[in-house]
Design a protein around this ligand. Structure first.
Ligand code: NAD
Ligand code: ZN
Length: 249
């Protein structure tokens, strides 16, 4: 792994336009469980059943109880970890331009990255399904499920459920960033959820290097990524940044 850390540090030092694609894995060290992989929510229930818009429309109370309430409890108190902070350091070095994240937890912005594309929207707000009024998630009273708007309408996360469209703006900007970069860091994503997992493919097709950080292999490994650094995002990012500092100093 040491060799790959050095290689990543050198590749980042040589790059001019770095874009990161992140997934639930980068937030596990902040205590937010991923959907897949060890300890994932999906070991306990079927994602398509729970995180699908059809499931929400059929039975909002069930989805609130099993998924949204639990996410709210965890996300309300989560803080950025070394993985997020490492990406901020890369931005401060002038390397990282944009973070495309599949996460809805807001931790990249909390850490300090300034250009974050929220591919699946965010969890900071809930919106009324009838009048579209928005409520801050941390202030929503969950003593009665599903929580309701003052107008009586049911509240839903302002995020993208499975089966829903990616916001056009996020899709467009992500494709542009993926095609413009000369190095894409793919951190903590199982690279299975479409169309987010296509961003590294666009990057590769445009001639960029694609570097994965993940404790497990993904469908990108050996096909679209140049190499995989097997490890946890926090530890690996710390070591890459330290290697870059050493090279500079
Ligand atoms: P995923 O749950 O499908 O996969 C998580 C990946 O992270 C796995 O490949 C796993 O090996 C890896 N991983 C686990 N721990 C890691 C660590 N410490 N460092 C680096 N990698 C680690 O995640 P996904 O690909 O993002 O897809 C799931 C979907 O669910 C996304 O669309 C996302 O919107 C949503 N989701 C978001 C959150 C969040 O906002 N934090 C949490 C759960 C799910
Ligand atoms: Zn309303």
């Amino acid at each position: 792994m040491d060799d790959l850390i050095k290689k990543a540090a050198a590749d980042l030092a040589a790059a001019r336009y770095v874009v990161a694609l992140t997934g639930a894995g980068i937030s596990t060290e902040s205590g937010i469980p991923p959907f897949r992989g060890k300890g994932g929510l999906w070991e306990r229930f079927d994602p398509m059943e729970i995180a699908h818009i059809d499931a929400f429309m059929r039975d909002p109370a069930k989805v609130w109880n099993l998924l949204v309430k639990e996410m709210k409890k965890i996300v309300d108190s989560a803080l950025p970890n070394d993985g997020h902070k490492g990406l901020v350091k890369l931005e401060e070095m002038g390397k990282l331009k944009t973070v495309i994240t599949q996460n809805i937890d807001g931790l990249h912005q909390a850490a300090g990255n300034t250009d974050v594309i929220e591919f699946h929207g965010n969890f900071a707000w809930q919106r009324c399904m009838d009048c579209m009024r928005k409520y801050e998630t941390s202030k929503v009273d969950v003593s009665v499920i599903p929580p309701r708007c003052d107008c009586g309408g049911i509240l839903r996360p302002d995020a993208v459920f499975f089966g829903e469209m990616i916001p056009t703006d996020a899709m467009w900007r992500s494709r542009q960033a993926a095609s413009a970069c000369d190095l894409m860091l793919v951190v903590g994503t199982s690279a299975i959820v479409q169309p987010a997992c296509l961003m590294p493919v666009y990057a590769k097709q445009s001639g960029a290097k694609v570097v994965e950080i993940n404790p497990e292999r993904t469908p990108l490994t050996g096909k679209f990524s140049d190499y995989l650094i097997m490890g946890k995002a926090g530890d690996v990012m710390n070591r890459i940044v330290a290697a870059m500092d050493k090279n500079e100093g």
